[in-house]
Design a protein around this ligand. Structure first.
Ligand SMILES: *Cc1c(COP(=O)(O)O)cnc(C)c1O
Length: 823
């Protein structure tokens, strides 16, 4: 969309501004700046950060229009700026980007706990030849993402699909007022507590607020979910309530599905008394839900059964992931298997910019796009322009259409008519220290290019879901008051998940601190561009110079360390350096004890080299409800010790004592910060009846590299421990104890997941391989195998070894490649 700054001011009730300009981009994150002249920046305060901090920097880059709470004094004198001063900048963003009264098209709002993005993409694919569609990029569904998506809708669009996600009561009303949807689809509501609601009923009724404006005429939902069905009834008056069911044959839309011999899904449905059916390339339960919602929408739009059947037949189950993997020669590979279209290009480039480490240059490999128009109608000029402004150093275009437009692109751009021709002409040695974004339509099979560029064909990988990290962070964030900062523990290489990607994600979440175990981990994070505060928990410091130079803040647990750090600071001319004082309240591992506090405070008060930024202690039994009296004793001591320190201190000292289990069980003892570790990585440490709905972060995955059948009497592996007692099919996996596959997992002690079925290990685990019994399981060489993850909780493996999830997660050897992805 485009509006003049004065039209925008009018929407906020602000009088005419000094400089009349046309605004085409709304910006909320300074790192995403693309077009300075046409940008209006919203300075948004968030947990641990504040957009107002970036205004001067943006001014230097040419931005001249700002929505702020207050004008920064340093820019008071500038007279070329339009300032829109408001009480709440998010609210202003929502008001500016509200549905335009003149918009004639249809807006679909999608809400629910799971499947929103997939459903949006499916409706897009199914409706695309029938209408001119706009949709929110990826999962832009928050208080900020929704208005940004609304802004992208242009006048000619006939159908806009917008996702709306909420995490608290009261948020949906605001999104509803911004979107004003004609149709609302509610997918499902998931667990009661997962998103910060007190019950499923409350959650359903909050989500349904999306349909609360009089603009909404149709609500689509699954009537098999009782909480949703109840919540919908509130809005039954004057609206078309379209409930579908898999159980109730009398529902408005009745659906029945089965998988055909060819492995396709046949969907039979009854709509307005007429039975119809079609097949689609689908297979899972969540596919059925998405298909039913999309079908209901198409029916509500009066689309004929034969058109529906034809469209579903061609549905692509496209991945919605951005996979980041390590590539050859210092490269990183981002494979965007999302639909290749114009509207998803900018967010993908933005993702790339954020992932780039300083020594890498940026390369974009792009295929021809689907037949689509751009906002200005001149698609390829626009792409060339985006590439120029996004700082891409190298562009490689694949496909006939891009090749025909080569004169629009920079001189060093390369073009190939097909993916095969690229693979023939380029090899791994053509790439060095680059972050490479592969963005191609499915028919271009960019997976082959990614495979060529990956360090080695990953056979055993640890897949890390960065969205789960964010979800778990938010889960704990919501358990604490917003004034309480979060220290995220990324020690032991992020509990095995890898430190840089995790640190980067948490920095973007607005965490207050990162904590690493040793100095080298901190130095590595700085080298890769992590700028947020970092504390070092176990600084056996040999090099204070690099500690100071990298702004790494040590944990101090003894007088010896304290004296060393003061002496080194003096030697290096350092003053006012933050340190963190560790107290021993009962763990008896390290830290100052009560009797030492007077002397400690004397030293701290008498130096200006260092100051106590924070003080903390660690709970030994927060996850053991039967030892709560000990936890309470530790908390009481902590309160007393720190009370004394604060009294003696010349300046405030932050306090923190809770770990993951502590946050869940003793949130009232939050003090100023909390230290979040294992919970971030999705492992539950509380007893089963107290478990929380955390999102699974890590999946250890491998592939079958050989399969053979053996007769009874044969044996498998070293020492002949795997006895074959019936004719058996045995598969070999390239993972052994050197990868973290503990030897005690052998001899049938655990099962792994192969194509949805559990297969036990057989025989001893070898150093680099192990064998499993896949008799009766439909599988072949190349099939993926899960060792732990979504289907096999880490806790199960921990139980076998009589240990805790922490040990399983940190035992995955560094030689196992980590692959990061976001939905
Ligand atoms: C590891 C660690 C934590 C985090 O504990 P979790 O149980 O993983 O949440 C907190 N504080 C200290 C000092 C730690 O060493």
């Amino acid at each position: 969309m485009q509006l003049s700054i004065n039209e925008i001011a009018a929407r906020l009730g602000i009088h005419a501004l000094p400089h009349d300009r046309v605004i085409s981009s709304l910006l909320t994150d300074s790192r995403s700046l693309a077009n300075a002249a046409g940008t209006l920046f919203f300075a948004i305060p968030t947990d641990g950060n504040d957009g107002h901090r970036y205004i001067s920097e943006l001014y230097e880059l040419g931005v001249r229009n700002f929505v702020v709470n207050a004008i920064p004094p340093s820019l008071h004198e500038k007279n070329d700026i339009n300032w829109l001063v408001v009480g709440n900048t998010i609210d202003a963003l929502q008001r500016i980007a509200t549905r335009d009264n003149h918009f004639k098209g249809h807006i679909v709002g999608i809400t629910g706990s799971r499947g929103k993005t997939t459903l949006k993409e499916w409706i897009y694919q199914l409706m695309e030849p029938l209408s001119d569609i706009s949709r929110s990029p990826r999962s832009f569904n928050s208080q900020i993402g929704v208005p940004l998506s609304m802004w992208e809708i242009d006048k000619e669009t006939s159908l806009a699909i917008i996702e709306a996600g909420i995490s608290k009561k009261g948020e949906m009303e605001r999104l509803a007022a911004c979107i004003l949807p004609d149709t609302v689809i509610v997918t499902n509501i998931g667990d009661a507590h997962a998103e910060g609601f007190s019950s499923r009923i409350e959650k359903a009724s909050q989500k349904l607020m999306l349909a609360s404006t009089p603009r909404t005429k149709t609500i689509i939902y699954c009537s098999d979910y009782p909480e949703i069905a109840d919540a919908v009834m509130k809005y039954a008056d004057g609206r078309n309530i379209l409930g579908w069911s898999r159980k109730d044959e009398d529902a408005q839309l009745y659906i029945d599905t089965h998988i055909t011999d060819k492995g396709e899904m046949r969907i039979n449905y009854v709509w307005e008394g007429v039975a119809n059916s079609f097949t689609a390339p689908l297979d899972t339960e969540s596919d059925i839900e998405n298909a039913a919602n999309a079908l209901a929408f198409m029916l509500s739009q009066g689309i004929e059964a034969d058109v529906i059947a034809e469209r579903f037949h061609h549905l692509h189950k496209i991945g919605t992931r951005l996979n980041v993997t390590e590539g050859v020669n210092g490269c990183s590979i981002i494979l965007d298997s999302y639909t290749s279209d114009f509207s998803s290009l900018r967010p993908a480039l933005d993702f790339m910019r954020r992932r780039r480490i300083p020594r890498q240059s940026s390369t974009l490999i792009l295929s021809d796009l689907h037949h689509e128009t751009s906002p200005t109608g001149n698609l390829y000029t626009e792409i060339a322009e985006i590439i120029r402004t996004a700082g891409i150093s190298r562009f490689i275009g694949i496909g006939k259409v891009l090749s025909e437009h080569r004169e629009l692109f920079p001189e060093n751009a390369l073009f190939f008519e097909s993916t095969a021709s690229l693979l023939k002409n380029l090899s791994t040695s053509d790439f060095q220290d680059e972050i490479i974004l592969l963005k191609g339509s499915p028919e271009f099979s960019f997976k082959d290019v990614a495979e060529m560029l990956e360090t080695r064909k990953h056979e055993t990988v640890l897949e890390v879901n960065l969205d789960s990290i964010v979800a778990n962070y938010n889960y704990f964030r919501n358990s604490l008051p917003s004034s309480c900062g979060i220290v995220c523990m990324v020690k032991a290489s992020g509990y095995g998940a890898g430190s840089y990607e995790i640190a980067k994600t948490l920095q973007d979440c607005g965490a207050a601190y990162l904590a690493v175990a040793v100095l080298d981990e901190g130095i590595e994070l700085r080298r890769q561009g992590i700028t947020m505060p970092i504390m070092v928990m176990n600084p056996k410091v040999v090099n204070y110079k690099s500690m100071f130079a990298n702004r790494l803040e040590p944990e101090i647990y003894s007088f010896g360390m304290l004296k060393d750090v003061i002496a080194e600071a003096e030697k290096n001319g350092i003053t006012g350096y933050p340190i963190h004082i560790k107290l021993d309240t009962g763990m008896h591992r390290m830290g100052f004890v009560e009797e030492e506090l007077p002397a400690l405070m004397d030293i701290i008060n008498s130096t200006d080299t260092v100051y106590a930024k924070s003080t903390f202690s660690h709970l030994a039994t927060a996850d053991c409800p039967d030892m709560d009296d000990f936890t309470e004793l530790q908390l009481e001591r902590f309160n007393r010790y720190t009370g004394y320190m604060l009294e003696r201190s010349k300046q405030p000292i932050l306090r923190h004592v809770l770990n993951s289990a502590g946050i869940l069980r003793y949130p009232e003892h939050h003090y100023d910060m909390a230290r979040l570790g294992i919970g971030l990585y999705g492992a539950n440490t509380l007893p089963p009846e107290m478990e929380k709905p955390l999102a699974v972060v890590s999946t250890l995955r491998t592939v079958i590299i050989a399969i053979r059948e053996y007769e009874p009497g044969e044996t498998v592996g070293y020492g002949r421990w795997g006895k074959i007692e019936r004719r058996s099919r045995i598969a070999t996996l390239p993972i052994g104890y050197a990868d973290g596959m503990n030897r005690h997992f052998g001899r049938g002690n655990i099962s792994v997941m192969v194509n949805g079925k559990e297969a036990p290990t057989i025989g001893n685990i070898c150093m680099d391989a192990c064998m499993i019994d896949v008799t009766g399981i439909d599988c072949e060489v190349g099939d993926s195998v899960e060792i732990f993850g979504q289907n096999l909780p880490v806790q199960r493996l921990a139980d076998i070894l009589d240990t805790i999830p922490y040990e399983i997660l940190t035992s995955v050897s560094p030689r196992v490649k980590r692959v990061y992805f976001r939905e």
